[in-house]
Design a protein around this ligand. Structure first.
Ligand SMILES: *Cc1c(COP(=O)(O)O)cnc(C)c1O
Ligand SMILES: [Zn+2]
Length: 436
């Protein structure tokens, strides 16, 4: 395990005890102390302008006609992720997600200049594909015979799809009775062996870590540093879309804190390479029933707390976030803020996002709800440029769509109406609709 020089040039080392690992290690955490592993990419021998031109050159008609990896919004940045050739890559492709702007959502959030980067446009409907293409590629490189994850549903959907593509059996553990129908259906349909664990997400994660240590399956949770490397490309792609002009704020929902960590790492590297000169402030938003990180932030990260998590936003229903240390460093580096919003605030934001035609799953709406909260508290100014991450697709959580209540607990105004199969019944509905 002493070999840290390899053909990819990346260095893998324990963030706690500094033990080094080969770039083909099957381990996701340190075998000496259990700490999280950090990856340092070899800094490319190109100046910032050459790098920007290289990344831009990969968005072209020629690239569109090329390989899946050549079209991927993750592997476009492979020099900063995992510099390997197309033949070794398991790519759908993924990424290339749009930046959207909707006046109604800007007005709701209280900022003039609000963009939403919609990661629900990824192949399995969430940003998890960004990290999973790299983790499954890495599993294949090191000859893994099975891959496992704990999940609230999106990681399992993504692992199931990429495992199927790579031909590596996937084992997923999800909390029984606490996973949305859309996510469970996807996971099963893509062919993952699905275990419904009688417990919550934190129990699933503990169990999958034990299975990985004792049974030798490759761990695909965001503890795995290759997941983080892939998720950095959300930030790289955003900056590229903005012509490398940083916004003032980037808001995102926060559960297990993998994405908060990835964004911090991406910004650190982008600055070190001279790709950007200004660091945007991160705003990590938790649900108030699952807000240990927001609590710790208020306490200046003096200690690490955990809670029994409860929120309607299942993707962030996590009480003991695994990437806590990495996320603390991301918030400190970006002069970031961590806040929490109630389920009512989340569903209110979701209703505005959905009704604008954009749509997202409940957890995603926490980012917009968090922006509104910080504008209300005077921390974000109305003239600042803000990007809110929408992390998952509207159809991920269909149960919540048909019983959406407004902030006052009233049933949604737009509930479906059952009618007789007659034209007069249609006419009656039209009359009330145009009157409203
Ligand atoms: C996983 C997920 C999150 C939370 O991201 P973390 O990296 O765990 O903090 C938020 N929204 C959606 C839709 C997710 O799938
Ligand atoms: Zn260690």
């Amino acid at each position: 395990m002493s070999n840290n020089i390899n053909n990819t040039g990346i260095t893998i080392a324990c963030s706690s005890c500094a033990q080094k690992f080969s770039d083909l290690t099957p381990l996701a955490t340190c075998s000496k102390c259990g700490g999280l592993l950090d990856i340092t990419p070899a800094m490319p021998a190109l100046c910032s302008e050459e790098l920007q031109n290289l990344f831009d050159s990969r968005v072209s008609i020629a690239a569109m006609r090329g390989s899946a990896a050549g079209r991927s919004g993750v592997w476009r940045f492979r020099e900063l992720v995992l510099p390997i050739s197309d033949a070794d890559i398991v790519s759908h492709p993924e990424g290339n997600t749009p930046l959207l702007e909707r006046p109604a959502i800007s007005k709701f959030a209280g900022v003039k200049n609000l963009l939403m980067k919609h990661e629900g446009f990824n192949p399995t409907g969430s940003f998890k594909d960004r990290g999973m293409t790299v983790a499954v590629t890495q599993a294949k490189r090191c000859g893994a015979t099975a891959i496992a994850c704990a999940s609230t549903g999106n990681t399992s959907s993504s692992l199931a799809a990429y495992g199927a593509q790579a031909g590596i059996p996937a084992l997923v553990m999800v909390p029984a009775g606490r996973i949305s129908m859309g996510k469970l259906a996807q996971t099963v349909a893509y062919g993952a062996r699905t275990l419904l664990v009688r417990g919550d997400f934190d129990d699933c994660l503990r169990l999958v870590r034990e299975s990985s240590e004792k049974l030798g399956v490759y761990l695909a949770n965001s503890l795995n540093p290759f997941r983080i490397e892939g998720q950095k490309t959300i930030m790289f792609e955003l900056l590229q879309q903005l012509a490398w002009q940083s916004p003032d704020w980037v808001a995102l929902p926060a559960g297990n804190l993998g994405n908060t960590s990835a964004f911090g790492k991406a910004l650190r590297e982008a600055q070190a390479l001279g790709l950007i000169t200004r660091i945007p402030r991160l705003l990590s938003v938790q649900a108030s029933g699952a807000a240990p990180f927001a609590h710790d932030f208020a306490d200046n990260f003096a200690k690490r707390t955990s809670v029994r998590a409860e929120t309607i936003a299942t993707a962030i229903r996590i009480g003991d976030p695994a990437s806590w240390d990495r996320a603390v460093s991301a918030i400190r580096f970006t002069n970031g803020v961590v806040t929490s919003v109630s389920d009512e605030q989340i569903m209110q934001a979701k209703q505005v996002i959905d009704a604008s035609g954009v749509g997202c799953e409940p957890a995603s709406a926490a980012s917009v709800a968090g922006v509104r909260e910080l504008v209300g508290r005077g921390i974000i100014a109305p003239h600042e440029r803000v990007v809110a991450m929408l992390t998952g697709h509207i159809l991920k959580d269909p149960e919540k769509l048909l019983n959406t209540n407004d902030a006052h607990g009233h049933a949604a105004a737009n509930a479906p109406i059952e009618i007789d199969a007659t034209l007069s019944a249609v006419e009656r509905v039209l009359q009330t609709a145009t009157k409203a």
